[in-house]
Write a protein that binds this ligand. Sequence first.
Ligand code: ATP
Length: 505
Amino acid sequence: PASSLDELVALCKRRGFIFQGSEIYGGLQGTYDYGPLGVELKNNLKQAWWRRNVYERDDMEGLDASILTHRLVLHYSGHEATFADPMVDNRISKKRYRLDHLLKEQPEEVLRRLYRAMEVEEGNLHALVQAMMQAPERAGGAMTAAGVLDPATAEPGDWTPPRYFNMMFKTYVGPVEDEASLAYLRPETAQGIFVNFKNVLDSTSRKLPFGIAQIGKAFRNEITPRNFIFRVREFEQMEIEYFVRPGEDEYWHRYWVEERLRWWQEMGLSRDNLVPYEQPPEELAHYAKATVDILYRFPHGLEELEGIANRTDFDLGSHTKDQEELGITARVLRNEHSTARLAYRDPDTGKWFVPYVIEPSAGVDRGVLALLSEAFTREELPNGEERIVLKLKPQLAPIKVAVIPLVKNRPEITEYAKRLKARLQALGLGRILYEDTGNIGKAYRRHDEVGTPFAITVDYDTIGQSKDGTSRLKDTVTVRDRDTMEQIRLHVDELEGFLREKLRW
Ligand code: ATP
């Protein structure tokens, strides 16, 4: 695995996986652009998720809701009031930080002084932040007195009282920029699923339990985007809302934690680097009955890759009309605007109720970062040289096969290689690249670095002009394996079977 983020950032830029957004104008912080190989890797990951969660199941429907979202959706979901992170400013350096991130980076003795000043049991950072937000004036003073360091300057700061900052991006829909035209870029894809619950149910006649799956962009105005594509302002999520009968929720919650852990391992992440973390009661969001985060050992630390929450009837209960008739258990805002009953009529009893929901919510970009980090390998070769290999699962690799002519100046060889590329491309296994840009050794090295699992070389033997004067190797090619670097010789007619076997899910 990668030992640092810098190593991955460098590879991503050098080989065309990921670039800084708006780079030529100095970059737009918290945005990244996926390059020629990055887009393939990301698409492969999303397709694998979709295949597993939609196509291979018989209890799931897909959805692609819009990014621009009506203000009332995010009002009743609770985002307008509470989708905020605690923020604090250093009056000296004018730098701004997310409070919990800032505290995590402090030396122990500084933190100890702060715990004491705020009268919070030492070691419980979550409780400390809460105490500080409840007494912001005192907290600002305590931070300054405790000598909280500014990471930018490594000097103690003069800290303002911390305050909440709402992370939603606002925009205006239509030509007039006023209150009435205010809309949001969605901060999560989930709300699009909840508000379409009735549409999906009515159009598919689903019975509980069933789920709705969605992949798409989400936007959060993070106070301090950082750690490459780990924390950004524009990212993608892969989310499932799985609707169940109250009472069956705990079973399904456990089920989805196991299922998601299994899936990430199938994507190539090792079990040792995946850590399920059960949120203690004091950390739970008010609507969640239980949440298990799947943490991954990223190069910058053990951090959240996916969260799996039991959200009870909070979401449908928040957005439904007829709230008082439905026996909602969660604490929801009184909804005076919704035009739909987001509930389920029990086919046996005829009684209406609001289903509970289990939400596995994964970040695509964090997934890509985890895959890259896990796959990154430095190897010493027998001849003493070093190579970098990206040991991605072949199914996820941006390029499946490189077809390389041994020489560039023999039309019989290059034309053969081009025809072979077209033939393999038609199999629909992903991107097959015809490659005649350098010497063979260099091409192999490059494809090792970007994770291409197979390199096929077309040579004199292939066109029936072997050194021994025979044509017995006609129509055979060499296939080089990325990980073992071993080469085998196959007849071109065997390639389809070989590749299908190696690349099937
Ligand atoms: P964090 O605590 O790291 O800010 P979160 O708990 O707010 O994350 P959720 O709201 O649970 O995150 O979002 C679900 C998933 O979306 C996360 O597990 C993560 O993979 C992804 N995600 C959330 N925020 C970001 C971000 N700013 N950049 C990239 N991915 C993100």
